[in-house]
Design a protein around this ligand. Structure first.
Ligand SMILES: [Mg+2]
Length: 231
């Protein structure tokens, strides 16, 4: 992963407010994400039917259902990073297709980074989300513009970081990240897929919204809502 320099007491640090990247936040994030994926399960599958094999919503729903079971089977005081690592491994094993290893690796690397962070603050969340994207790109070798998860995650991360760097509160940064992810999803429509099953379609993948990017926007939407409620 790239390693952003950690600035103690940097913007978004807990000294500016009550927000803490704790296990309660992590649990709420996964619960909210699972709810959104359940709501959008059929839509995600429809998107995948157009340019893939029509299982993305089914797989994500099964994986996040398993992630909820992981939350239930984890000790209440399990450190947040360790809990996200467990969630990541659950998603690797329970979500099929390419999405399982990609999202699972993302959550696992988010968790590892939180475990190593010097303070449970907005900087730690930024580092963790960065590590998540790094993990996904290391595994999937997708670049921006390939019509993948990266096309929502990368702009969300850029927006989150620039908001924090310009003095934004963590909830503002999370809102800008969620908005950027949504815009990133729309931007996948005119793209020709260059990774994954959709790439087999060549130019026929143009005009369709990418399912993985769509799921990514749901994860960032969930993050925004939970940060807003806890900040
Ligand atoms: Mg599929």
């Amino acid at each position: 992963m790239s390693s952003p320099t950690v600035r103690r007491g940097g913007v978004g640090s807990t000294s500016r407010g009550a927000w803490v990247l704790d296990v309660s936040f992590v649990r709420r994030w996964i619960v909210e994400a699972a709810a959104r994926i359940e709501e959008q399960r059929d839509f995600l599958t429809q998107l995948d039917a157009a340019i893939g094999d029509a299982d993305h919503g089914i797989n994500m729903h099964r994986g996040f259902g398993a992630a909820l079971a992981t939350l239930e089977s984890s000790a209440a005081d399990q450190p947040p990073g360790e809990l996200l690592e467990r969630v990541g491994m659950t998603i690797v094993y329970r979500v099929g297709g390419a999405a399982g290893p990609l999202f699972g690796t993302g959550f696992r690397d988010i968790g590892r980074t939180i475990s190593d962070a010097p303070a449970p603050d907005a900087e730690a969340l930024l580092m963790a989300l960065t590590a998540g994207l790094d993990g996904i790109q290391r595994l999937g070798a997708a670049a921006p513009g390939d019509k993948t998860i990266v096309d929502a995650w990368a702009p969300a991360l850029t927006a989150f970081e620039s908001s924090l760097r310009s003095g934004g509160r963590v909830d503002e940064a999370a809102r800008e990240a969620a908005d950027a992810a949504t815009i990133g999803v729309a931007a996948t429509l005119p793209m020709q897929a260059r990774k994954g099953r959709a790439s087999y379609l060549g130019s026929r993948s143009i005009g369709h919204q990418d399912p993985g990017a769509t799921s990514t926007a749901l994860l960032f939407g969930a993050l925004e809502r939970v940060v807003r409620r806890t900040a």
